[in-house]
Design a protein around this ligand. Structure first.
Ligand code: ADP
Ligand code: MG
Length: 301
């Protein structure tokens, strides 16, 4: 099943076009019992049949739920997220977002997106980038200022509000993109390895902030990561995918610990946390050789 050579499209290349400006709808105007994301038997074939990226993926992400997708490089995680965001069409199966078609959800701007590439507008300051989704929604200036100040504080970027993206490190740019994705308190966040470029300390702080914000706003999150500890810390469920063609090989329920108000350090050093990390690692190895896991990302060893 893994006999094919790795495709030339790397993660980074696949991410190149992921620069869509997120512009989510606010929480509160959705029916509570409609799943945030509902995927039914989704399949995706690229290049006129030569690359089968996804096979038969069915997954329901409930309102307010935090679900991580983890799996080796090329298993279709980004493709799956792009299908939810209507940036890619499934070859088979169906997708709904908040009970609507993916297309309608995109038109209605029902979610926030933060992908691998920060995708900032170079000619706008950091503050203006964060405020863009609010501007597009005609949020009054004073309110925009308050909100962007809050978000930049959260992202540790208050001192950089008036700088331009080119003046920031890659990690800082990514933090701006995350702040922007959160600007309208989306009821669904789609995040593709958003913390990959951050140093460990910043990464853990952003994880905590993400959980706090998702908890406060009741947002559902679909989060792609290469890091087992990150997936376990953040998630209610970790969806483990098999190598190409990507399928769901196992779903590991985790504690949703991050939301409980207990310190991150205590959680990360707890027995239950280690057990869940081990369970995800075992699930990942169940589908393929351990060497593939090492290739996929250093965090997986
Ligand atoms: P992951 O995010 O899990 O690393 P991707 O979703 O980026 O995986 O890719 C899954 C598979 O689909 C890979 O084999 C990749 O090469 C292929 N792929 C992704 N996007 C395209 C595309 N636009 N055209 C052709 N093949 C693609
Ligand atoms: Mg990817």
């Amino acid at each position: 099943m893994t006999g094919k050579s790795e495709s030339a499209v790397t993660d980074a290349e696949a991410g190149d076009e992921q620069i869509e400006v997120s512009d989510p709808a606010p929480v509160g105007d959705k029916a509570e019992d409609v799943a945030a994301v509902d995927l039914t038997k989704v399949g995706k074939i690229f290049d006129a049949g030569s690359v089968t990226a996804l096979v038969d993926v069915s997954l329901k992400v409930l309102a307010g739920e935090f679900v991580s997708l983890i799996g080796p490089s090329g298993c279709g995680k980004s493709t799956l997220l792009r299908i939810v965001a209507d940036l890619e069409q499934p070859t088979s199966g169906s997708v709904t977002v908040h009970g609507k078609s993916a297309r309608q959800a995109r038109i209605d701007q029902d979610y926030g997106i933060a992908f691998q590439q920060a995708g900032l507008l170079d000619w706008r300051t950091v503050q203006a980038n964060v405020e863009l989704p609010l501007e597009l929604h005609k949020v009054p200036k004073a309110e925009r200022r308050t909100r962007s100040a809050e978000l930049l504080e959260m992202a540790g970027l208050s001192d950089f509000a008036h700088r331009y993206p080119a003046e920031l490190s890659g990690g800082m740019q990514q933090r701006v993109a995350i702040a922007r994705a959160l600007a309208r308190k989306p009821s669904l966040l789609l995040m593709d390895e958003p913390f990959g470029a951050l140093d460990e300390m910043t990464r853990e702080r952003m994880q905590g902030e993400l959980l706090r914000i998702a908890g406060e706003t009741g947002a559902a999150v679909v989060f792609v990561t290469h890091s087992i500890p990150e997936a376990v810390f953040l998630s209610d469920r970790v969806v483990v995918m098999s190598p190409r063609p990507g399928r769901i090989s196992e779903i590991v329920p985790t504690g949703g610990w991050g939301r409980g108000g207990v310190s991150g350090d205590d959680i990360r050093s707890s027995e239950a946390f280690f057990e869940a990390v081990a369970a995800v690692r075992t699930a990942l190895r169940g589908g393929h050789e351990a060497t593939d896991i090492i290739v996929a990302g250093q965090d997986m060893r």
